[in-house]
Design a protein. Structure first.
Lengths: 257, 317
C-alpha cells in the first residue's frame, strides 16, 4: 500500500488553476522529487498536502487515511512534516528551542502541567532536549543548542529547518528546495543527509531545482508544468522525456547558453 | 490571613500611608503589565483592551462585596472566573484575526465593556459603585505579584510557552509544526484575562469606589506602554515598566505640578526617546530588531504574496 496517494488534486485560486488534476503516489521509504519550472505548482502541492490550503478537488490519502480537509496541526500529528522554500525559523528562539517546538505534537503537557512542572513534565522536557541534541548532531549542528536561530549562517538555517521537521517524528518529510542558495559542498552534504534519512525509515518528497541533486538522489521524479503532471518516472526516463525537455530542462539549458 | 495581617502591621509601622498606597498601585499595575506581556510580548498579539478585563474583575468583586455576603476570597475568585469567561468569549472570534484587525477588535471590546458599565444599573452607571470594603493590603498584593510572576515565568518556559513564542515568530511555521495556533492564542489571552481580573478585584478592594472612567482606552494604552517601556517578551521588564509608569506621575505631582498636568505629553516624549535609544525596551531581548520593526515586518509579511501560503491565497484571490 502506498504511504501517500494523491488523486485528481486540483487547486484553484480565482481564475488561476495552480494545480490541475494531479495524480501521484509515494511508497514507503522512497525518495521522490517534484520538479518543474517556477510557477508549476510544486509548492502549492506541498501547501495542500500539509493542510495550509484546502484542495478545490481531489483526494489525498496518507497511511490509508484521507487527510484532505484536515487542519495543518492534525496532519503534522499524523506524521507529515515539512520545511519551507523561504526559511521560516523561529528567529528569536534558540536553535534548541526551535527543534523542541518541532516536537510539539509529540509532547503532552497542557496548560496546568506547563505551569506546575511536575516530575512527568520535567521528564518529558528532558527527553525532548536530549532528542533535540541528537537531531542537531544528525544534521551537523552539534552543540549549537544555545545559539539564536537567526544568527546561524544560511546553510545551517536550512539544516536546522530539517532538524525541526524531524522532531515531529514524521513518516513523510516534505523538503521544499532545501539546496536553494547552497554552494556545491553544502549541497553535497545535504545529499548525504537526505540519504541518511532513508536509513531512519523516512520517506522523502523533495522539491528541488538543483538537477544534480535531483538526478543523484531520486528514485522517481514527478514533473509538473502549469499545474499539470507532464511526466513521471526514474531519473533516466524523465531526462529523456520529450515534454520534460521542452518544458523545463531544454528551457533552462537554452537559458544557460 | 493572619500572617498577612501581621506583615501588614509591620509594614505600616515602617512607611507612611502615601508611599504604602503607591506601592499597592505599583503591585496591581505589575500584575496587569505581566499578564498583558504574555499576549503582546510573548505571543505577539497586539491587545488594546486589557483594561476591560480588569474592569470585569473589579466590578464582579465590587458587586459581590456590596450586594451579597460573599467574602474577599470568593469575590477575588469570582473576578478571575468572570474575566476568564470573557477572555474565552472574546478570544475565540477575535484571535482568528491578525495584526491590525485584532488590535481594532480588542479596542472595540474595551469600549463595549466601558459603555456597558456606564449604562447598567447594577454597576451604578456613571455614578459608580460605592461602599466596597477595604480588604486589599500590601502583603496581599505582594503575594499576588509573586504568584503571577512565578506562574508566567514557568509558563513561558514550557511546551505551551514555546508554542506561544513560536506563533509570535512565525505563525505559518508554527501551524506547520503542529501547533493549534488559534487555541494557543486563546489560551494566552484567557490566562492574561484571568490575572487582569484578579488585579481588578485588588483594585476594587483597595480604592473602594469604582467608576467606568477608570477602565477606558487610555488605561489599556498605559498598560501597553508599561510593557513596551520595560521590554516586550521580558517579565522583569514588565515589572520595571509598571513601577516606573506608576511612580513617574506621583514624582511629577510633587516635584513639578505644572508638568504633571500635562504628563501625557511627557509620557509620549519619554516613550519616543526609549524607543530610539532602546528599541526593545529597557530590559528587552538582545536582538538588534526593535519591536516596531518586528511588527512592521509581520504586517508587511501578512500582505505580501510571496511570503507564505496565506499571503499567496490572499494575493491570488
Amino acid at each position: 500500500m502506498a504511504l501517500l496517494e494523491v488523486r485528481g488534486l486540483t487547486m484553484q485560486f480565482g481564475g488561476l488553476r495552480a494545480v490541475d488534476d494531479v495524480d501521484f503516489h509515494l511508497d514507503e521509504g522512497e525518495i521522490v522529487s517534484l520538479i518543474g519550472p517556477n510557477g508549476a505548482g510544486k509548492t502549492t502541492v506541498f501547501n495542500v498536502l500539509t493542510g495550509m490550503y484546502r484542495a478545490t478537488a481531489g483526494t489525498v490519502t496518507f497511511c490509508g487515511r484521507p487527510i484532505d480537509g484536515l487542519r495543518a496541526h492534525e496532519i503534522t500529528a499524523l506524521g507529515l512534516a515539512r520545511t519551507f522554500q523561504n526559511i521560516r525559523l523561529f528567529g528569536e528562539m534558540t536553535v534548541g528551542d526551535n527543534v523542541v517546538v518541532g516536537a510539539h505534537t509529540r509532547l503532552k503537557s497542557g496548560l496546568l502541567a506547563s505551569i506546575l512542572k511536575g516530575p512527568a513534565t520535567r521528564r518529558e522536557e528532558r527527553a525532548a532536549r536530549e532528542r533535540a541534541a541528537e537531531l542537531l548532531e544528525f544534521v551537523g549542528l552539534k552543540g549549537m543548542e544555545r545559539a539564536r536561530a537567526r544568527n546561524l549562517p544560511y546553510g545551517a538555517q536550512r539544516r536546522l529547518e530539517i532538524a525541526r521537521a524531524l522532531a515531529a517524528e514524521p513518516k513523510l518529510l516534505l523538503l521544499d528546495e532545501p539546496a536553494a542558495g547552497m554552494n556545491a559542498s553544502e549541497t553535497e552534504e545535504l545529499l548525504a543527509l537526505i540519504r541518511r534519512l532513508k536509513e531512519r525509515n523516512i520517506t522523502v518528497l523533495l522539491i528541488e531545482h538543483d538537477m544534480r541533486l535531483v538526478m543523484g538522489i531520486s528514485e522517481r521524479i514527478v514533473v509538473l508544468d502549469h499545474g499539470r503532471k507532464i511526466a513521471e518516472g526514474t531519473p533516466d526516463e524523465v531526462r529523456r522525456h520529450e515534454a520534460v525537455i521542452a518544458a523545463y530542462l531544454g528551457a533552462s539549458a537554452r537559458a544557460g547558453h | 490571613m493572619g500572617m498577612l495581617d501581621a506583615a501588614d502591621a509591620a509594614i505600616r509601622s515602617l512607611i507612611n500611608p502615601y508611599y504604602y498606597g503607591i506601592l499597592v498601585t505599583i503591585g496591581i499595575n505589575i500584575v496587569l503589565a505581566l499578564s498583558l506581556n504574555l499576549v503582546t510580548g510573548f505571543t505577539g498579539q497586539l491587545h488594546l483592551g486589557h483594561a476591560a478585563f480588569m474592569a470585569i474583575g473589579a466590578y464582579t468583586a465590587g458587586v459581590l462585596a456590596t450586594r451579597t455576603e460573599a467574602g474577599f476570597w470568593v469575590a477575588v475568585a469570582s473576578a478571575a472566573a468572570a474575566a476568564t469567561l470573557f477572555g474565552i468569549i472574546v478570544g475565540l472570534p477575535t484571535l482568528r484575526l491578525r495584526g491590525d484587525y485584532l488590535a481594532i477588535a480588542t479596542l472595540g471590546f474595551g469600549e463595549i465593556v466601558r459603555i456597558a458599565l456606564l449604562n447598567l444599573d447594577i454597576t451604578g452607571g456613571p455614578f459608580g459603585l460605592r461602599g466596597i470594603p477595604r480588604e486589599t493590603n500590601l502583603p496581599l498584593v505582594i503575594l499576588v505579584v509573586a504568584v503571577t510572576y512565578l506562574v508566567l515565568a514557568s509558563l513561558v518556559h514550557s511546551r505551551i510557552g514555546r508554542a506561544l513564542i513560536a506563533i509570535r515568530e512565525d505563525e505559518v511555521a508554527a501551524a506547520a509544526m503542529g501547533i493549534e495556533t488559534t487555541r494557543m492564542k486563546v489560551t494566552a489571552f484567557t490566562v492574561a484575562a484571568a490575572f487582569a481580573g484578579i488585579a481588578g478585584a485588588l483594585f476594587a478592594f483597595w480604592f473602594r469606589y469604582l467608576n467606568p472612567s477608570s477602565f477606558g482606552f487610555a488605561v489599556s494604552i498605559e498598560m501597553l506602554a508599561m510593557v513596551v517601556l520595560g521590554g516586550l517578551g521580558n517579565l522583569l521588564g514588565a515589572v520595571l515598566g509598571a513601577a516606573i509608569m506608576t511612580m513617574l506621575p506621583e514624582a511629577l505631582r510633587t516635584a513639578a505640578p505644572a508638568v504633571a498636568e500635562h504628563r501625557m505629553v511627557l509620557y509620549g516624549a519619554l516613550l519616543v526617546v526609549v524607543m530610539i535609544l532602546r528599541p526593545n525596551g529597557l530590559l528587552g531581548t538582545s536582538s538588534e530588531h526593535g519591536w516596531l520593526e518586528v511588527w512592521l515586518r509581520r504586517y508587511r509579511a501578512a500582505g505580501r504574496p510571496a511570503n507564505g501560503p496565506r499571503g499567496e491565497r490572499h494575493g491570488a484571490a
